[in-house]
Design a binder for this molecule. Structure first.
Ligand code: NDP
Length: 293
């Protein structure tokens, strides 16, 4: 079994992005700028946004964090997004999800200028991804592709099972892996909570991607011998042994599953780290006007 080491890949990729940012600036380009909006004080969201801001600083990308209290109205939020869309200095604009229930996520996502939608959640970017024209790939699926590429894991003709069909992970990664080319050309099965005999399906997978948010749901008897297992799940659970009082648990029961895999991602230290790097990459692409000239 080989660990798909998100930490190592992230360090490598941050160095590459930092060099690219420096070269872009040296050639007269602007400092790439990522702006994030955070509504409320959810612990998980605070952690994710802080991680994104820190990562920007590490690679020379400017970041701005705009905070709103939980009670902000949808209209106020949309007005701020419109102003940030018009701000020529901002290259990437993200709104940390989830949002409070009185705000429609769809309205917020659709309000972001597609040229600044570095999370790749806008229906226009998703549509472009589906038909294979340049678009911002949403960060977590992009991170998964990067892991497969950098470890040279073959995907053509492989049976790939994705468990979870969310718009931000399961659905897009299933489409990306079934596209022509590498990493793709896989035969993909997309499973969800209504799938019957899930275990029989996951046991067929050469590549198994778990994106459910169900801690340690995937057990050894659900995995084919020698499979590649990508664990996207992150559930924050209270812990008495960590300093923070929290620990992160994946969707895969790691100790039990790992001995049966050829490759596996850990949680933490796997896909989550790559997600942040994919966001940095998209922000740089936006500053360079690569996707939308
Ligand atoms: P959602 O909650 O939006 O979707 C969960 C999916 O899992 C749904 O499609 C659901 O099916 C399916 N599911 C739930 N229970 C079962 C079950 N028993 N059997 C089969 N399928 C099931 O999740 P997200 O995609 O947003 O997130 C999934 C996990 O990934 C979470 O832990 C989240 O924190 C993590 N995550 C990690 C990221 C990273 O950077 N690494 C980024 C984004 C998410 P149905 O559609 O039928 O309800």
């Amino acid at each position: 079994m080989q660990l798909l080491d998100g930490k190592k890949l992230t360090a490598e990729m941050k160095q590459e992005i930092a060099s690219e940012v420096a070269a872009f600036k040296a050639a007269g380009g602007k400092t790439p700028h990522l702006a994030a909006i955070l509504v409320g004080h959810d612990g998980g969201s605070e952690t994710y946004v802080a991680g994104k801001v820190k990562a920007c600083a590490e690679v020379g990308i400017k970041s701005t964090l705009v905070r709103f209290e939980e009670q902000v109205t949808e209209k106020e939020l949309l007005l701020k997004i419109a102003a940030m869309n018009d701000d020529a200095d901002i290259d990437g604009l993200i709104v940390q999800l989830p949002l409070p229930p009185h705000i429609a996520e769809r309205h917020v996502i659709e309000a972001i200028d597609i040229r600044k939608d570095v999370d790749g959640f806008h229906p226009m970017n998703i549509g472009r991804m589906v038909i294979g024209i340049p678009s911002y790939l949403s960060a977590t699926p992009a991170g998964i592709l990067e892991i497969l590429k950098r470890y040279n894991i073959p995907t053509a003709g492989k049976s790939c099972v994705v468990v979870g069909r969310s718009n931000i992970v399961g659905k897009p990664v299933s489409i990306l892996l079934s596209r022509k080319g590498y990493p793709g050309d896989a035969t993909v099965t997309l499973c969800h909570s209504r799938t019957v005999n899930l275990k029989d399906i996951t046991r067929q997978a050469d590549i198994l991607i778990a994106a459910m948010g169900k801690p340690e749901f995937i057990r050894a008897d659900m995995v084919k011998e020698g499979a590649v297992v990508i664990d996207v799940g992150i559930t924050r659970m209270k812990s008495e042994v960590t300093k923070s009082g929290w620990k992160l648990i994946g969707d895969v029961k790691f100790d039990e599953v790992a001995p049966h895999c050829s490759y596996i991602t850990p949680v933490p230290g796997g896909v989550g780290l790559l997600t942040v790097v994919a966001l940095l990459k998209n922000t740089l692409l936006s500053a360079k006007k690569t996707i939308y000239p």
